[in-house]
Design a protein around this ligand. Structure first.
Ligand code: SF4
Length: 352
């Protein structure tokens, strides 16, 4: 009988983000865990493993392939209204108890994810890019699982996508290494990064380290990639006024032009008895973002209950520049040069 592990182990290729060690083990550099993987063992993510010859990385399949609005990633300042062909594989280097994609992210880590096998479809990078062309996509996104741990596959797809005129983005938890970002740099135009908490003890509960994520946020901006940040506001986890201020101040110190999306938590996975985020908490978080000096703050996952926080306003004259309803873009008034048509203010983003 084919197990999910043996199926996924077959769908692999030699890892490029790995450094062979003198004792035969390999140091993985795809994410900031930097696992030292010995022959016959797996990394923390479980989907990268050492077969005795070297480290293997996922290759040649998708667990999901969808033509989505780019707003769903979410990117609000990156070709608004365009189609983002989105692909994902399986596995993650974190284990967030509230993950909304847990069936695909926790594969091989949680036995309850066994049915993820039925999501696996073998494809080539060419077929993915062809699907993007057919769906009229201007953007191609690696998402659904943590894309850093499957960077080699993303790079193979992105290489062809760039040639076909698409812009490539990652939807990531930000647990990156400089090596992975440099490896992706020739193809990558933007990243969405989750800033899940400003407390290291919270990050440890999720399987990460706060500093690694903060470093990635700084580095992505320094590299000149477009960056948007999402904070899922979870009651009794990261919703204190103090912590929200810490997050907003940190982002503003990196750049006030980073769009900050504060989004509502819905009970899921191992946190089904937790309280959903009330609209008043989300509005408080958004107000803190603006007060901290962030020029573009959005509130998500509570359609129609977040006042004007779905709209992009000119930070200078307050003209409404991009009007949205959920993932639908109703109007884009930013000029092709990326300026406010009313006052000429430069609006940060990738406007086409
Ligand atoms: S991707 Fe991260 S978790 Fe997976 S093997 Fe590499 S360093 Fe470890």
């Amino acid at each position: 009988m084919t197990t999910l592990a043996s199926l996924l182990d077959r769908l692999t290729a030699p890892a490029e983000l790995a450094v062979s060690q003198a004792d035969g083990s390999a140091r993985c550099t795809a994410c900031a865990h930097r696992c030292l993987v010995r022959a016959g063992r797996r990394g923390v993510c479980q989907v990268r493993f050492h077969d005795g010859q070297g480290l293997r990385a996922p290759w040649g399949y998708v667990s999901g392939l969808n033509a989505d609005p780019v707003e769903k990633k979410p990117f609000y300042h990156f070709l608004p209204g365009s189609v983002a062909l989105t692909f994902g594989m399986l596995g993650c280097d974190f284990h967030c108890g509230y993950c909304q994609n847990w069936l695909t992210s926790q594969t091989l880590r949680d036995p309850a994810c066994g049915e993820a096998a039925c999501f696996v479809r073998q494809v080539s990078p060419e077929q993915i890019v062809e699907a993007g062309v057919r769906s009229g996509a201007d953007v191609i996104a690696s998402s659904y699982n943590e894309p850093l741990i499957t960077s080699e596959w993303a790079a193979a797809v992105f290489k062809l996508a760039v040639r076909a005129g698409m812009k490539c983005v990652f939807v990531s938890n930000g647990n990156a290494t400089p090596e992975a970002l440099e490896y992706l740099r020739p193809y990558l135009s933007g990243m969405k990064i989750d800033l899940k908490s400003m407390q290291d003890k919270n990050y440890r509960r999720l399987g990460g380290v706060l500093k690694n994520v903060l470093d990635t946020i700084r580095r992505v901006r320094e590299m000149g990639l477009w960056l948007e940040v999402v904070t899922l506001v979870v009651p009794n986890f990261n919703d204190s006024t103090e912590e929200l201020w810490d997050a907003a101040r940190f982002l503003a110190s990196v750049s006030p032009d980073i769009p900050w999306h504060v989004t509502a938590f819905h009970p899921d996975y191992k946190m089904t008895d937790a309280e959903a985020t009330p609209a008043r908490t989300l509005l408080r978080a958004a107000e803190i973002g603006r007060e901290a000096g962030l020029r573009y703050v959005y509130a998500g996952n509570l359609l129609g209950r977040v006042d004007e926080y779905e709209t992009t306003f000119c930070p200078k004259c307050r003209a409404a520049l991009v009007e949205r309803s959920g993932y639908t873009v109703r109007a884009v008034r930013v000029t092709p040069e990326g300026k406010c048509p009313q006052c000429g203010e430069k609006i940060a983003g990738v406007w086409g």
